[in-house]
Design a protein around this ligand. Structure first.
Ligand code: SAH
Length: 230
């Protein structure tokens, strides 16, 4: 079974969107992964097909109803579905390369996209949704966040990117940022490629890259080097 993503959203027409382009899109049409976007409104029970209601206790905006969302989740992922159930949420655990890699090795994911002020806490608890955030800012909905999550995950599915080695050196994979990259031409606006990279000495190249990675990480993201934070 290949990686299977199910999205619950009020805007299924947004998918696959960018996930349908380039290598991820090729992986999708080749069956290396699959994507299903389900319209939350199809699970509404009243005449107006309402999915939201005013916040209990007052305040601005609307909240997604727990009964409608629970029904959608139970239909998309009936009991026994092994896939993790994720809610995109600014209150969630920040998305990391480590979590993306774990998800890529698993059976897939069921992803709930919030809208408005968010969703009723009781359905988060009752369906044990894993809340994941893509950063400390607030979006208008979970759809773009779900795409970010899936893009990070799907490119790690074996066969999607090709080249078994192509992830090993990347930023975050070894707890550091990637070294700077160069390519032809040899001279660009008077600046040459660092000579070590064209020396052909692979030992020296590896050493230079490791030094550059460390230097860059120290300067820009010292938090990544702090063992207490890993
Ligand atoms: N009132 C909420 C924000 C709601 S934003 C709060 O203050 O926490 C509406 C929806 O957008 C959320 O339910 C969530 O699904 C999505 N969303 C917004 N920001 C996000 C982020 N940083 N990461 C992941 N999802 C986000």
């Amino acid at each position: 079974m290949s990686f299977s993503a199910s999205i619950i959203t009020l805007f299924p027409e947004l998918f696959p969107g960018p996930l349908g382009a380039s290598v991820l899109g090729r992986g999708l049409s080749d069956g290396l992964w699959s994507l299903q976007a389900t319209q939350l409104r199809d699970f509404a029970t009243d005449r107006h097909r309402s999915v939201d209601a005013t916040p209990s206790g007052g305040g601005a905006g609307m909240v997604l109803k727990p009964d409608v969302l629970a029904k959608a989740i139970d239909t998309v992922a009936p009991q026994g579905d092994p896939r993790p159930r994720i809610l995109m949420s600014p209150r969630g655990k920040p998305l990391t390369q480590k979590r993306a890699r774990e998800l890529a090795l698993g059976p897939g994911a069921v992803i709930v996209c919030g809208r408005f002020e968010g969703i009723d806490q009781r359905v988060i608890d009752a369906r044990a949704l894993e809340e994941i955030s893509i950063g400390d800012y607030v979006l208008a909905g979970g759809e773009v966040a779900a795409m970010v999550l899936l893009e990070a995950v799907v490119r790690l599915i074996p066969g999607v990117l090709g080249g078994a080695d192509s992830h090993a050196d990347e930023s975050f994979e070894n707890g550091q940022l990637e070294y700077p990259q160069y390519t032809r031409p040899q001279s660009f606006e008077g600046v040459d490629i660092p000579p070590v990279l064209t020396s052909g000495d692979h030992g020296k190249i590896a050493k230079w890259r490791a030094e550059q990675s460390l230097e860059l990480t120290r300067a820009r993201r010292p938090d990544l080097l702090d063992p207490r934070k890993s």
